[in-house]
Design a protein around this ligand. Sequence first.
Ligand SMILES: [Zn+2]
Length: 144
Amino acid sequence: MIECTRRIEWDAMHRIPGHESRCRAFHGHRYVAEFTFVAPELDELGMVVDFGLLKDRIGGWVDEKWDHTAILMRGDPDPAVPLLVRSNARLGRPVYWMDGPPTAENMVAELAHISKSLLADTGISLKRIRLWETPNGSATWNED
Ligand SMILES: [Zn+2]
């Protein structure tokens, strides 16, 4: 099997409701996601996957939905949320709602679900996504 990996980066704000420390405050990250794909053999062009296709599909989704906005938990009780929702909508960067807290763990699972649906018609095998929330901390999803 041959693997290849593509990085996609974006900037976003989140907070973890109920966190006992500073992560409960609104703050931002430069997120880095490493998508690893696998194939039993290379295609006729000598590739596992066309990086341009990944950039268009996954990069396009991330750019539209997660870049330069807030990624929040649905039902986040912080009093600033309604204002943030209105402001970001007005500015063309609507808040992205997660069903659970927007931790790296939950975000990488969401990204895997979305990436698989974005690539469903391609035959590309997604093996792993590693999402770096900071240079020192990441969460990894693995196809099992
Ligand atoms: Zn954070």
